[in-house]
Design a protein around this ligand. Structure first.
Ligand code: CTP
Length: 409
C-alpha cells in the first residue's frame, strides 16, 4: 500500500462531529505511509479537537480561517487545493455534506473543497436518524453522482447513546479506501479469482492436517486487484484476516471445498491466482467421533487430493494462470517443473527457511520464513523462460508487482 500513497499530498478535512478524535489516528496512519498530510478544519471541529493536536501530528499549520491575517493565508484554499492528490473528509457531518452537494463555500473547509480537483473521499458520521433523513440521503446521492467516493458509516453504539448506522469506520478502513481512490484502475472490467490460506483435512471432528499458511499473500493480492478496479473473488481457507472490502469472499475448509469453490467461480474469469497452500493429501477415513487414545501406535492412511491448479491448466482457455511454489530446496528446478506441468503463465517461487545459493539475494541472516510474515522475498518464473529475482518486500507491494507483470502479459 505504501508505494501508492508515499510522497502524495493528502489533506484531511475535519468537520464538527464527535468522531473528529478518530481523525488524529487516521492522520498518524497516513503519515506512517510516508505521505505528506495537511489538515483543514471547520470552526466547530475545533470544539471537539483543538487544531493544535493536528498541527503537532502533521507538523504543518492547520487551515481553519480563510480570513486569517498574515503570511499567504488569503489564497491558502487555492494553493493547497492545487497541490493536493486526495482529500479525506472524516468525519463528514450532515452540514458539510449539504454544503458540498450544493456548491456552498462559506468557511475554510467548504471553500477548500470547492476548489479541489483531485479525488475526494467522504466519510459521513452522525446520529442514525440524521443519517437516514431524506435530505441527507439525497445530498449523499448527489455527491455519488458528482464523482465523490463515499465510505458508508458502520453500525454500532453512537456517542448520543443510541445504536445504529452512523459510526465512522476504523481509520485502517478509511486508509484502505484512500488507497483505492489513488490507485490507477488498470484492471477495470477484469475478473480475478484468488485463492488464499491453508486447507484443513480433518482426521476427526477435533483434529486436522494443515500447514502454517497465514493467507496474507493471497489477501494482499485480492486487495491490490480490487484497488486497481478488478472484480475480485477470494476463495479462502481458514485464516485470521479481515475480508477485503468490495471483494466477494468465499470460505473453504478442505481441499475438496476449495476445489468446488474454485471450479464454481472461474467461468468467464480473466485471471486466476492460486496462492493457497492446498493440502496434497487427506485422511482416507474421517472419524465421526473424536478418536480416543489407545495403547499402541495408530496408522493414518492418506489419500491424494485433486490438484486444482493442474486441472485449471488442463482446461485453460484465454485466462492467465498464476501459481505459487514454496520450496525448501531446488527452487528454480521445482518451480519451473510446476510451471510447465500445470500449464502456468507465471509461478511465484519462495524458498522457505533457506538461503538461496548462487545469487545475491538471501544470506544466512535473511532467511525467508514466508509463512505468517508481512514480507516476502520471491522469484517470478515466466512461461517464456524469463526469471525475475525480487528483493525482500512487503506482501502488499509484492502483490502490486505481480499484478504489474500480469498486466504486461
Ligand atoms: N495446488 C493446487 N491444488 C493442490 C495442490 C497445489 O491448486 N492440490 C496449487 C497451489 O495453490 C500452488 C501450486 O499448486 O499454486 C503449487 O503448490 P505446491 O504444493 O507447491 O505444489 P505441488 O504440485 O503440490 O507439489 P509438491 O507439494 O510436491 O511440491
Amino acid at each position: 500500500m505504501r508505494h501508492i500513497i508515499k510522497d502524495k499530498n493528502i489533506v484531511i478535512g475535519i468537520s464538527g462531529g464527535i468522531a473528529a478524535y478518530k481523525s488524529a489516528e487516521l492522520l498518524r496512519l497516513i503519515k506512517k505511509q510516508d505521505a505528506n498530510v495537511r489538515v483543514v478544519m471547520t470552526h466547530n471541529a475545533g470544539y471537539f479537537v483543538n487544531p493544535l493536536t493536528f498541527e503537532a501530528l502533521s507538523g504543518k499549520p492547520v487551515y481553519t480561517d480563510p480570513f486569517e491575517k498574515g503570511g499567504n493565508t488569503e489564497i491558502r484554499h487555492i494553493e493547497w487545493a492545487e497541490n493536493t492528490d486526495a482529500v479525506v473528509l472524516a468525519p463528514a457531518t450532515a452540514n458539510i455534506i449539504g454544503k458540498i452537494a450544493n456548491g456552498i463555500a462559506d468557511d475554510a473547509l467548504s471553500t477548500f473543497l470547492l476548489a479541489v480537483t483531485c479525488p475526494v473521499l467522504i466519510c459521513p458520521s452522525m446520529n442514525t436518524n440524521m443519517y437516514n433523513k431524506i435530505s441527507v440521503k439525497r445530498n449523499i446521492e448527489i455527491l455519488k453522482k458528482d464523482g465523490y467516493f463515499i465510505v458508508e458509516p458502520v453500525s454500532g453504539e453512537l456517542a448520543c447513546g443510541t445504536s445504529g448506522q452512523g459510526r465512522l469506520p476504523d481509520p485502517e478502513q478509511i486508509l484502505d479506501r484512500l488507497v483505492y481512490c489513488l490507485c490507477p484502475k488498470d484492471f477495470k472490467d477484469k475478473r480475478v479469482v484468488v485463492t488464499a490460506g491453508p486447507t484443513r483435512e480433518h482426521i476427526d471432528p477435533v483434529r486436522y492436517i494443515s500447514n502454517p499458511s497465514s493467507g496474507k499473500m493471497g489477501y494482499a493480492i485480492a486487495r491490490a486487484a480490487e484497488h486497481r478496479g478488478a472484480d475480485v473473488t477470494l476463495i479462502t481457507g481458514p485464516v485470521n484476516l479481515e475480508p477485503p472490502v468490495n471483494v466477494k469472499t468465499v470460505s473453504a475448509v478442505s481441499a475438496d471445498d476449495m476445489a468446488k469453490a474454485v471450479f464454481d467461480s472461474v467461468e468467464h474469469c480473466d485471471i486466476i491466482i492460486k496462492t493457497a497452500a492446498v493440502a496434497d493429501y487427506r485422511p482416507k477415513e474421517k472419524a465421526r467421533q473424536k478418536i480416543k487414545k489407545s495403547l499402541g501406535e495408530i496408522t493414518l492412511i492418506l489419500q491424494k487430493n485433486e490438484d486444482i491448479l493442474f486441472k485449471l491448466g488442463e482446461n485453460k482457455n484465454n485466462h492467465i494462470l498464476v501459481g505459487f511454489a514454496a520450496e525448501t530446496q531446488n527452487l528454480e528446478e521445482n518451480a519451473k517443473d510446476k510451471l510447465a506441468r500445470k500449464n502456468l503463465d507465471i509461478i511465484v517461487g519462495n524458498l522457505v527457511g533457506e538461503r538461496i545459493d548462487g545469487n545475491d539475494y538471501g544470506n544466512e541472516d535473511e532467511k525467508s520464513p514466508v509463512f505468517g510474515m508481512d514480507t516476502n522475498k520471491a522469484v517470478f518464473f515466466f512461461r517464456n523462460g524469463d526469471t525475475e529475482y525480487l528483493p525482500l518486500m512487503e506482501k502488499d507491494m509484492l502483490a502490486h508487482v505481480l499484478l504489474d507483470r500480469i498486466r504486461d502479459l
